[in-house]
Design a protein. Structure first.
Length: 674
């Protein structure tokens, strides 16, 4: 791993000091692009920095010719890891166990106590101001108080004045600020200030381009605490954090393959967003432009990474950061260009699927092109439509359609055996030897083929709980050309989507293993004609006058195994019957406009009025069968001509036939009872 120091350079008729990086053999590998300016978070830090700069004066003076040209910037590791710091302080578990072994109980207690302090998660002490701060803050105090007694806190108040290590000092000061109040009721603000300064000192020690999170966490916590200090000191602390980040950005501006710089910029943009004007005053735009340029250069560096997944995420993150800096600077055109680069990063990532030979690379690439299209649409929504984005979206749409179609040839079919001989035999026995009337009544009501809504929800929740990792990734449904037809949501949406998919499975299973065998048995015993079904359709409160022949033909076609006629006749009539039911119960089923169009099926199914007429179980089933993308969505697919001939033979259409029979006969029975 490389190391570094400061060296004097002679250039442009004068002397400067730069950071010089050495390889494993001690040879000069590179130097910083900009000269070094001394800075420290405290007078002690500044003195240390000046000592290093002064030591550079005792070494040979260098020139630009002493530094080899680099096509790839060196990786830099600065300071110590957090683990190394803890081990240096002896704050690991083994230290306490060692003193226990030698019978030194006092030393054991001390090291156990100090280890407990430094092992407290940063998340326990860190929080940001929001509407939920008070609730979260109480939880933080409660969690810390469970680990630290009043005696522990009293010891910490004594220790804070003598501890010299910045990491330990920061954690103690932070805990004292979070846990207890001064006698006048205010928080010990001085502890917050000490914590800010100490966290920044510790962050500098922990700077590491390979493991940047420890450094970032401390800068972030310092930024969270800085605005909470009182009076004029508040701006001073925020400026201190901003200056620390600015110096870090300068030090690593030319270093490739690192996100330490990006993580520090995100602290400025998030934790100190509301303070940027106060910190930079009239210079905010200048600093924002400077940081945007650094972020853009880092995004370019990412192209050189061998791991294209890492390159993509780093490129994307830096372009997002760049875009926000342009927004802060008030440069809309530059912000738009950065957003364009974000969308192009998605296109670049799609192309890598073929270079990396990912499984079903066409499907992967199509998904990433879809993300690019969404990014370009976001540009249009934010900055308005322009010809360049419209042309780009059209171009990418053509590419995505091609990739999707190619992906289908690489899909693997997984056969699933839905046949259930035992259930099929029960269905045949149910209708055997009965009249056509009794057979159809038995088929409609003898067995419950409607899944209860509560049972569906319970099954969906159990499935989600059992396969948590599966539901971290949205479920995407595609058509025969590979085009995306539906995407499952998250949270409650995901549960409902899962319920529709479960219901679809059961509907297909019932259609194949119960309804179809029963119909075949009836047809084998009866030569059924339209007149034989008059007992269903005549004077039926579910069927409007004049629609009886349509229902009869649709029911007969389903009974005789003709799903095409069944679907085309019964689905539109079901939609009309639902409106008819609403009107029968005194509800309005048309728009209150000048042109009083009838409500379409979606409007009817999602109206509260329908819940007064049909049960929630029935409404949910009809939604899934006819209009829901995560269900069968058969009504929409057929009405828009998206079904080919073979798709009409799916068992869900058989189930639609049975549901129509059930609704018709149920209405007939209700009318007879009344």
């Amino acid at each position: 791993m490389m190391h570094w120091d400061y060296r004097v350079f002679f250039e442009d008729s004068g002397y400067t000091i730069r950071t010089v990086y050495y390889d494993d053999h001690g040879a000069i590998a590179a130097c910083s692009e900009k000269p070094i300016e001394p800075f420290g978070e405290s007078l002690e830090d500044l003195q240390d920095e000046l000592n290093l700069l002064q030591a550079a004066l005792k070494k040979n003076v260098l020139s630009a010719s002493d530094v080899p040209e680099q096509s790839v910037r060196p990786k830099v590791k600065r300071g110590k890891s957090l683990k190394a710091v803890r081990e240096q302080l002896g704050l690991h578990k083994e230290a306490a166990e060692e003193y226990q072994l030698y019978g030194d109980s006092l030393a054991q207690d001390i090291f156990t106590f100090l280890s407990k302090i430094t092992c407290l998660s940063m998340a326990l002490t860190g929080f940001t101001a929001s509407n939920k701060t008070k609730t979260y803050f109480m939880k933080v105090e409660e969690m810390i108080s469970e680990r630290l007694s009043d005696d522990d806190l009293a010891i910490l108040r004594e220790l804070i004045t003598t501890v010299s290590d910045p990491e330990m000092r920061a954690r103690i000061a932070d805990i004292l600020w979070v846990c207890k109040r001064d006698t006048d009721g205010a928080r010990p603000i001085q502890m917050a200030r000490v914590a800010v300064q100490s966290y920044l000192q510790s962050a500098k020690t922990l700077e590491d381009v390979d493991e940047y999170t420890s450094c970032h966490d401390r800068i972030q916590r310092a930024a969270q605490l800085a605005p909470l200090t009182d009076g004029k000191k508040s701006k001073e602390m925020r400026c201190l954090v901003a200056q620390h980040i600015d110096n870090l950005i300068d030090r690593y501006a030319d270093v490739e393959n690192e996100f330490l710089t990006g993580s520090a910029m995100k602290v400025l943009q998030k934790e100190l967003e509301k303070s940027l004007n106060a910190i930079y005053s009239d210079d905010l735009a200048r600093y924002a432009v400077k940081y945007a340029a650094v972020a853009a250069q880092k995004a370019v560096f990412a192209d050189k990474l061998q791991d294209y997944h890492q390159a993509y995420y780093q490129k994307l993150a830096y372009r997002e950061i760049e875009s926000k800096w342009h927004k802060i600077a008030g440069d809309q055109e530059a912000e738009r260009r950065a957003r364009w680069d974000i969308a192009d990063a998605e296109v670049w990532y799609a192309q890598q699927a073929f270079i990396g030979k990912e499984p079903n690379s066409y499907a992967v690439a199509a998904g990433r092109i879809g993300s690019a299209i969404q990014a370009f649409r976001t540009i249009e929504d934010t900055f308005g439509k322009r010809q360049d984005t419209s042309d780009r979206i059209q171009e990418l749409h053509q590419i995505m359609l091609y990739y999707q179609q190619k992906s289908m040839s690489r899909m693997v079919s997984i056969p699933i055996d839905f046949d259930n001989t035992e259930m099929q035999q029960k269905a045949r026995e149910l209708v055997t030897g009965n009249s056509i009337r009794d057979a159809l009544y038995a088929l409609a009501f003898r067995y419950s083929l409607i899944r209860n809504l509560d049972d569906l929800k319970e099954e969906a929740e159990q499935d989600t709980e059992s396969y948590k990792l599966r539901y971290l990734i949205p479920t995407v449904l595609v058509d025969e050309e590979g085009k995306t037809k539906a995407i499952s949501g998250n949270g409650e949406d995901s549960i409902e989507h899962k319920m529709f998919r479960i219901a679809k499975f059961y509907q297909g299973w019932y259609g194949l293993n119960f309804i179809a065998p029963a119909c075949q048995q009836i047809c084998s015993e009866h030569d059924t004609r339209l007149d034989d079904l008059s007992f269903i359709v005549d004077e039926n409160p579910f069927i409007p006058q004049g629609r009886e022949p349509l229902y009869a033909r649709g029911l007969l076609a389903g009974l005789q195994g003709d799903p095409v006629i069944t679907a085309y006749l019964l689905i539109p009539q079901l939609e009309n019957s639902l409106r008819y039911l609403l009107k029968q119960h005194g509800f309005i089923a048309s728009k209150p406009d000048v042109i009083q169009d009838d409500y379409l099926l979606n409007k009817v199914l999602y109206s509260h009025d329908l819940q007064e007429v049909l049960t929630e179980d029935i409404i949910f089933i009809i939604k899934g069968l006819l209009v829901e993308r995560m269900g069968s969505n058969i009504r929409n697919e057929i009405c828009h001509g998206l079904f080919d001939y073979s798709q009409f033979f799916q068992p869900q259409i058989t189930y639609i036939w049975w549901l129509t029979l059930y609704l018709c006969l149920y209405a007939k029975l209700q009318a007879m009872d009344s």
